[in-house]
Design a protein around this ligand. Sequence first.
Ligand code: KIV
Length: 277
Amino acid sequence: MAGKLTVVDVGAMKSRGEKITMLTAYDAGFAGLIESAGIDMLLVGDSLGMVVLGYDSTVPVTMDEMIHHAKAVRRGASRTLIVGDMPFMSYQVSRPEAVRNAGRFMKEAGCDAVKLEGGLEVCDTVSAIVKAGVPVMGHIGLTPQTAGQLGGYKVQGRELDSARNLLGMARGLQDAGAFALVLECIPASLAELISRELTIPTIGIGAGAGCDGQVLVTHDLLGMFEKFVPSFVKSYVNLAPRIKDAVLAYKHEVREGSYPDDSHSFKMSLPIEDILS
Ligand code: KIV
């Protein structure tokens, strides 16, 4: 596809049965690498808080932190559809505040859309943001910002009532104007049913192969975040030990004096003694 994918193109991919790929990015370097691999969408996730900023959860992440990182991602990936994740309390207090904060992702960071967590309680907010001209991606199932209310980081929708609730939320968000919906940590068969029932694409994370697309936290895919690895994550490479080995080798060579050697040093163009004469 020539040019940047739009939210309309993402919907068309579902209609054509083409799987949609999405990964998180938090800085220009990774964003550029991911873009060069042709991933369809980048999410500047509030997982930033845990994998980059060292918080224990996503709750402390602020709008200013998200904007700072979203700007960097845009600088690194000018040709990819970028979704900015609205952090906790940036859209709950009032609708005008939610619209203003969603607008910041577009105006200040150059994002193409925003994502926010929640079910029927956020539908009016989603609708207000969409009416203001900002495409919105919904996010239901395990919603990390309110994981405490859900009883922790647990699979959602295993029982009849909660499965029906999730289907109702999905329909509500679609009716509110969401262009796509993240389904996190729900049984594969339920995610497949929701995906079939909706006209907008579903993007799964821990929700099986029946979703219209998949998203992963890039640090998980690369094996770079060791504190907590959910069971649905597939690490395609295990970088954390390789990074530690490289750092240890550097430390060792600096201490023993073998780095930098001649091939990693610059040469003078005149005899060094001339400086003192
Ligand atoms: O913040 C994030 O990275 C996310 C994904 C897990 C969907 O919301």
